[in-house]
Design a protein around this ligand. Structure first.
Ligand code: NAP
Length: 515
């Protein structure tokens, strides 16, 4: 039997009492390890984290906690090769895709280490200036931000076991809030290994970082009002969480990053083969194939002017045709696997559903797998669909196929394009391509209310733009409406979630002690 991965809670390693759930290699089909959280005393574990680790972290200054983050970065860097091996085995990713997860996580943590060092030797933050409440200024209101006295529970998705942990843990630990992470079961190994490495390195106070692998049963019941929850996953699970009594009655703060039918939009006035056209084509093909399309930010809908529909279909398809799919251990392979048989089934089902409303412009099934047995490997080629009547084709705006699938859609004019993009009901990101700064700026303003991020690509930023789907810690990640309504990252804004805001009303003498 494979190794049982331990949980770490209440400051100690703990094994579940059940047989465990197997984690598999999605390419070879072999069992890699097992996880199990049966029988853990979650209430005791959460209480330990809340009381002991919380107090220890809050006793430190921002600069001290930033130094802890910097030390974690060193531990993760030292073990990077092992993380790449685990990712290849458990997520089926090629090296470049593993790097987005592992190196992206380390980079984000490093970003918060630097940001935190700049906050200095303080234990709370001021929110704005003191304002006078009395005419003579003798009585004032000053808003403070103080770390919440609870745990930060992360319930994460399967697609970013490394980045998904550190992009949240960086801001939480920097804020002085201890973390309990429950990774998605399918790819829990990498998260578990990273947490264990950091704990073994003895950097953090006991209980400041905990991991519970396996079933989520009972996790939410252990919550208290000052805890915070970050959830990343499907809209269906998000709805269950939102209505849980601990969230509803305790007003426990919850941030939700859910699914999203993101868009790429080529503005009117660009010729086929123009720089802007080529940038859209390149980005669409890259977004479809990177991490086999298992990115919450990936492009799902591609909007082009009606006259360019045929040219765009041809150009994107030509790029996709060059994508080699299969075993990520083979150097010739550019796109690895989906993470599990369940995901393979979900992608096939979603694709079949969309195909009832759209035509196939590039057939993923035509890609022969390299070094992988199609009967075992969860690999699937990229499929480009097209729907000439985007107004009546509702499914393409509603259904997120979480794999290498996107749909090309023609529009009549700019107003039509913006209306179609908005049919995603709120997305994480829209990328806009063109060469006229005024038109690009106007589109960005128009799309800002329904997106967490608008990524504008003009020829002059061809070499420097950070990519439609890449989430940078400097920028907001999250989106309104269907995308969950959450907000993460965005530089120092990320700390707000882990702090409580209070107005202190007092005389000038007292206020001067808070500065
Ligand atoms: P999921 O089924 O909702 O699972 C997400 C997490 O929730 C997993 O850790 C899962 O644990 C846990 N979970 C499942 N049922 C639960 C319950 N009743 N109570 C508490 N936790 C529960 O989502 P998924 O299919 O793994 O993830 C893919 C989705 O995530 C996609 O739709 C994608 O768009 C979205 N996503 C969004 C973002 C973003 O930042 N917006 C990022 C990545 C992914 P188990 O694994 O043990 O079931």
């Amino acid at each position: 039997m494979s190794e049982l991965l331990l949980n770490h809670l209440a400051g100690r390693p703990q094994a579940g009492s059940g047989p465990g759930t197997a984690l598999s290699d999605p390419v070879l089909g072999t069992e890699l390890a097992r996880v199990d959280a049966t029988g853990l005393d979650l209430r005791e574990g959460f209480a330990f984290v809340r009381e002991q680790a919380g107090a220890a972290l809050r006793a430190m200054t921002y600069a001290q906690r930033a130094a802890l983050l910097a030390s974690i970065v060193k531990v993760l860097q030292a073990n990077r090769d092992r993380y790449f091996e685990i990712s290849t085995a458990n997520s089926g990713t090629v090296k470049n895709d593993t790097a987005i997860d592992v190196d992206g996580g380390i980079y984000t943590l490093g970003f918060y280490a630097k940001l935190g060092a700049g906050l200095g030797e303080r234990r709370h933050l001021l929110d704005g200036e003191a304002v006078a409440l009395a005419r003579d200024g003798s009585f004032q209101s000053q808003h403070l931000l103080v770390p919440t006295r609870g745990v930060a529970l992360f319930i994460n998705a399967f697609n970013f076991p490394a980045w998904g942990l550190w992009e949240k843990a960086g801001p939480a630990l920097l804020s002085g809030v201890p973390v309990i992470v429950k990774p998605a079961t399918a790819t829990a190994w990498l998260t578990q290994r990273m947490v264990m490495d950091v704990i073994d390195a003895g950097i953090l106070p006991a209980g400041a970082l905990s991991v519970v692998c396996g079933s989520s049963a009972g996790l939410l019941d252990a919550l208290q009002p000052f805890d915070v929850v970050s959830f990343t996953g499907s809209a269906d699970t998000a709805a269950i969480l939102r209505s849980h009594p601990a969230i509803v009655r305790g007003a426990t703060r919850i941030n939700i990053e859910a699914d999203s039918v993101n868009s790429a939009l080529l503005l009117p006035g660009e010729a086929p083969g123009s720089d802007a056209f080529e940038l859209l084509v390149k980005e669409a093909a890259r977004e479809m194939t990177q991490k086999a399309g298992q990115k919450c930010t990936a492009i799902r809908r591609i909007f082009v002017p009606e006259a360019l529909y045929g040219a765009a279909a041809e150009a994107i398809s030509a790029r996709l045709a060059k994508t080699t799919v299969g075993n990520p251990r083979n150097e010739g392979v550019r796109m690895g696997s989906l993470v599990s048989r369940a995901q393979l089934a979900a992608v096939r089902e979603g694709l079949a559903m969309l195909q009832r409303h759209a035509q196939v412009l590039h057939e993923g099934a035509a890609h022969a797998l390299v070094d992988a047995d199609p009967a075992v490997a969860c690999c699937v080629g990229p499929t480009l669909l097209g729907a000439r009547d985007p107004d009546s084709t509702r499914a393409v705006h509603d259904v997120e196929v979480f794999g290498p699938v996107a749909t090309l859609l023609p529009y009549r004019d700019a107003a039509h394009a913006l209306a179609l993009v908005r049919r995603g009901q709120g997305s994480l990101v829209c990328s806009v391509y063109g060469s006229d700064p005024a038109a690009l700026g106007a589109a960005a303003r128009e799309l800002a209310d329904s997106h967490g991020r608008v990524h504008v690509v003009a020829p002059e930023v061809a070499a420097s733009h950070t990519g439609h789907g890449n989430v940078m810690p400097q920028s907001l990640h999250g989106g309104p409406g269907r995308a969950g309504g959450g907000e993460e990252l965005g530089g120092a804004r990320a700390l707000n979630f882990y702090h409580r805001r209070a107005a202190v009303q007092a005389g000038a003498g007292v206020q001067s002690t808070l500065a």
